[in-house]
Design a protein around this ligand. Structure first.
Ligand SMILES: NC(=O)C1=CN([C@@H]2O[C@H](COP(=O)(O)OP(=O)(O)OC[C@H]3O[C@@H](n4cnc5c(N)ncnc54)[C@H](O)[C@@H]3O)[C@@H](O)[C@H]2O)C=CC1
Ligand SMILES: O=C(O)C(=O)COP(=O)(O)O
Length: 633
């Protein structure tokens, strides 16, 4: 079944997604009749590894940028997106809803139209959001599902100028295909320094004695403090801020322990910090400093039961999130003397009510969420988030994406050519499906000569999903929502890696897409197991279709494709070529594959123009052509 290439087209990978509409009468009816079953909704992942959040450099190669634009683009070709670097498009619009450092604003202004509207009510935000491609917030703006819905698909990216993203409804963002990025590094030191300031200030009653003096008092005996040296500090959440607090507390002569189920022990060891269990931390610490994110698991993690496990007279610092503490329980613990003092920068509700018992408690020191508020941190955060948002609007994958895969540049540059191939195979596969049962299960087999099983295929999987779903639905698929929409449509994707013998340097040799349990418009595309199967490779940077069903072919996946099965006999190329030539359709590529000489052959013809109905009808009527299908790539 050797494939014979008769002509070759070697266009370079372009940065445009092809038109996605199925503009032939042949393609649309069967495509439109497809439906997805909702019964099976699991996405299986095989041979997929997590990728690092930390990118050291920006993706730069043209091919990578092209691939990223396609990967991130959610628009169909008929709906150009103004944020996609189109020269003719208007500038992207960016709403900044909280105070941001000037350097970041300058950067944003150099790229888009920036509007700063502070203190918007939730209603005002919903009313305005539909005008913007990007929204930049700090902790004070709640980006709720209502906000994403009110955006009506216009909002492409939400930038959180800081770390905590608990004020952004990530589920809604993901469902609606909006990327969320944050600025996770620039305020780490500021938050850690604030933690240390609260620790030391609390231990020496700085705030209380200051207030007392300003009220005309001189109370030296009342404000006798406690020393830090030799005391045990438990860091709860040994991430970026927690580690920096630990480092500084060691310098103050404290004995530092930490609890963090996900922190690597060697990082703790390197700082001279012992990682301990939750209970051990609580029962041995004189000071407890909180540095974990607010998640469903950490919500009110510090409550009556946990305070009861603490050493009597413990002192608590919280510069993480108010919600990790049950605030009523803390008041009880303070009143009972279990907790001697607390120093809090963050609150369940911000600002807290004026008569909050916690805020008013004499043993509590409070600051109005100032952890990240140093000049240096705010400038740094502003630049960090502006770069992330501009990059995202340009179609680049972000190093700080919160709800999308973060793919390191080196992986991207390797995978870029396959991104295009993956989408084309998805588009081609779905067009081969005959209407009726609906697509429920797709198997993707990546042929690779690399033994390592940590190949990150999320980008490719997303593009296959995009290729399969977009032509037959109104869904706009991008890297953010591909898995979600696949699940929602009941589409189960399983992935497999097949070790192949190849001298190729690239991470992938071939991609095979199998669609199970569906009939095909083109029976020759079915394997013995009944699955539609198509396989492709990248040759000279161009995606090629290399196998249809059990037949080897070789045709570049560009423009349009005619596939037919014919009786293997002389003169067929001339017959079909003449029909196409008569209607001025240019052949770009042709491949003939046969099983047995003079019996049966599969022919794949790439054409520059879509043949009209009449031409396709004539091809279908050639007596030796047993079945044929026209595919829009
Ligand atoms: N007050 C302020 O202005 C600021 C507050 N923050 C907050 O500080 C917190 C930490 O920030 P980063 O250190 O930058 O984040 P990070 O992600 O580097 O560290 C968080 C750590 O918490 C750990 N963790 C998660 N669940 C845990 C659990 N149940 N028990 C113990 N540890 C757990 C994680 O493994 C991680 O190591 C975040 O909530 C962030 O929003 C950060 C900057 C400024
Ligand atoms: O970065 C964080 O998580 C913070 O809490 C800082 O919040 P802010 O940007 O100062 O509202």
């Amino acid at each position: 079944m050797a494939a014979t290439s008769i002509a070759s087209a070697t266009n370079k990978l372009t940065d445009q997604s092809p038109p996605l509409s199925l503009h032939t009468s042949a393609a649309r009816p069967y495509a439109a009749s497809l439906s997805f079953s909702n019964s099976s909704i699991s996405i299986q992942k095989l041979a997929i590894s997590a990728t690092s959040r930390n990118l050291s450099s920006r993706a730069s190669a043209d091919a990578v940028v092209s691939a990223l634009k396609m990967a991130r683009g959610s628009e169909k070709a008929s709906q150009p997106r103004n944020s996609d670097l189109g020269v003719k498009s208007p500038k992207p619009t960016i709403l900044v809803s909280e105070k941001l450092g000037e350097a970041g604003l300058d950067l944003l202004r150099s790229y888009g139209d920036v509007e700063c509207l502070y203190n918007l009510s939730p209603e005002d935000l919903c009313a305005k959001i539909g005008e913007f491609d990007a929204l930049i917030v700090r902790s004070g703006t709640k980006v709720t599902r209502q906000v994403f819905e009110a955006a009506k698909g216009k909002l492409k990216v939400v930038g959180r100028a800081g770390v905590g993203i608990d004020n952004v409804d990530l589920q809604a963002a993901t469902e609606l295909g909006c990327l969320v990025v944050n600025a996770p590094t620039a305020n780490t030191i500021a938050a850690a320094e604030h933690g240390i300031a609260l620790l030391a200030g609390m231990a020496r009653n700085v705030a209380q004695s200051d207030a007392s003096m300003k009220a005309g008092q001189w109370q030296r005996n009342k404000y006798v403090g406690v020393s830090l040296v030799g005391k045990t500090l438990a860091i709860m959440g040994f991430g970026k801020v927690g580690s920096e607090v630990a480092r500084r507390a060691k310098g103050l002569g404290m004995h530092v322990i930490a609890h963090d189920p996900y922190a690597p022990a060697d990082r703790a060891r390197a700082l001279g910090v012992e990682l301990v269990s939750f209970d051990q931390a609580l029962s041995t610490a004189d000071f407890v400093s909180l540095h974990m994110p607010l998640t469903p698991t950490t919500d009110k993690l510090f409550n009556d039961a946990t305070f009861a496990k603490m050493k009597k007279g413990v002192r608590i610092i919280n510069v993480a999130r108010g919600g990790v503490i049950d605030e009523d329980a803390l008041v009880r613990a303070l009143d009972a003397g279990i907790v001697a003092q607390a120093a809090l920068d963050v609150f369940t509700k911000e600002p807290p009510s004026k008569d909050s018992k916690l805020v008013q408690h004499e043993n509590v020191t409070v600051t109005p969420h100032l952890g990240a508020s140093t000049k240096e941190a705010q400038e740094g955060v502003a630049v960090e988030i502006a770069e992330a948002v501009v990059g995202a609007l340009r179609g680049e994958l972000s190093a700080t994406a919160v709800n999308a895969p973060m793919v390191p540049p080196e992986v991207l540059s390797e995978l870029a050519p396959y991104v295009n191939l993956a989408e084309k195979l998805g588009r081609l596969g779905v067009q081969l499906v005959a209407g009726g049962r609906g697509i429920q299960s797709v198997k993707v087999v990546y042929g690779s000569s690399r033994a390592s099983d940590n190949m990150d295929t999320r980008l490719l999987r997303s593009m296959i999903v995009k290729g399969i779903i977009e032509p037959i639905s109104d869904a706009h698929i991008n890297l953010v929502n591909a898995d979600f929409i696949a699940k929602q449509k009941g589409l189960r994707i399983s992935e497999e890696k097949l070790l192949v013998d190849s001298s190729s340097e690239s991470p992938i040799d071939s991609i095979q897409v199998q669609i199970s349990n569906v009939g095909s418009k083109f029976e020759s595309a079915l394997l013995d197991n009944g699955n539609i199967s198509i396989e492709g490779r990248v040759k000279d940077g161009v995606p090629h279709l290399t196998r249809v069903g059990a037949f080897s072919v070789d045709v570049s996946l560009e423009g349009n494709l005619i596939l037919y099965r014919q009786v293997d006999q002389p003169g067929m190329i001339g017959t079909v070529g003449t029909i196409l030539g008569e209607s001025n359709v240019n052949v770009s590529f042709m491949s003939v594959s046969r099983t047995v000489k003079r019996v049966k052959a599969i022919v794949a013809i790439g054409v520059d123009e879509a043949p009209n109905k009449e031409t396709l009808k004539k091809i279908g009527e050639v007596p030796a052509i047993e079945e044929f299908v026209f595919l829009d790539l």
